[in-house]
Design a binder for this molecule. Structure first.
Ligand SMILES: O=P(O)(O)OC[C@H]1O[C@H](OP(=O)(O)OP(=O)(O)O)[C@H](O)[C@@H]1O
Ligand SMILES: O=c1cc[nH]c(=O)[nH]1
Ligand SMILES: [Mg+2]
Length: 211
């Protein structure tokens, strides 16, 4: 099943940086730096639907009605732990965003997410919400995190990931067809342990050096 709102960013800068990240020789400091840079580039597309309204300003030459971000500050929600690898890159371009965290880890046997932390900004209804996690594998972690955001009232949600597997995209299409997905790559498939192929391994371990 395909997702009605899936954007794969095939920009050369994103693709080059992603290839460096996939390379298993790339050490954590470099991996983190590349992920932050890609996050910034993916955010540029993911924030395309931010509401905008004009405000009257004076340039040095004249008055004008200038487009400015409107409405409540956006929310960025990091799905721990690996989501934190994307967080600062998103905040580089959306510095006024309120930040939330959802702690999930995948049970290695069942491949189902287990929640261990939840701290969201106040007043989620009305905020354009960007959820971030580098990996969309089976899709169950992302779907669970977005369930939680919707229960908190978030209505306009975009999910940014570095890599998506077709299996995860299908789960998102089934449970959250209204949530836009912005990714750097739609990879081939999942292996028998639920890892994305060709992928880049365990994103959290590579970000934090816990391999
Ligand atoms: O689509 P899924 O099959 O649910 O898998 C994706 C999840 O797995 C990884 O997290 P992990 O459980 O390794 O936790 P971590 O971020 O603490 O490493 C990844 O960051 C996603 O959250
Ligand atoms: O390939 C995968 C799948 C899930 N989580 C990861 O970190 N990597
Ligand atoms: Mg992990």
């Amino acid at each position: 099943m395909t997702h009605p709102d899936l954007t794969v960013i095939d920009h050369p800068l994103v693709q080059h940086k992603l290839s460096l990240m996939r390379d298993n020789r790339t050490p954590s400091p470099e991996f983190r730096r590349l992920l932050r840079e890609i996050a910034l580039l993916l955010s540029y597309e993911a924030t395309r639907d931010l509401p905008i309204a004009t405000q009257r300003i004076d340039t040095p030459l004249t008055a004008m009605d200038a487009p400015m971000l409107a409405g409540p500050d956006p929310a960025v929600v990091s799905i721990l732990r690996a989501g934190n690898g994307l967080l600062d890159g998103v905040l580089d371009v959306v510095p006024t965003a309120k930040v939330g965290f959802v702690g999930l880890y995948r049970d290695e046997e069942t491949l189902r997410p287990i929640e261990y932390y939840n701290k969201l900004p106040k007043d989620m209804p009305g905020r354009f919400t960007i959820a971030v996690d580098p990996m969309l594998a089976t899709g169950h972690s992302a779907a669970a995190a977005i369930d939680l955001l919707k229960r908190a009232g978030a209505a306009h949600i975009c999910f940014i990931c570095l890599l998506a597997a077709p299996e995860g995209v299908a789960v998102m299409a089934e449970h959250h067809p209204d949530v836009r997905i912005v990714t750097a790559s739609l990879d081939s498939h999942l292996n028998e342990k639920g890892y994305i192929v060709p992928g880049l391994g365990d994103a959290g371990d590579r970000i934090f050096g816990t391999v």
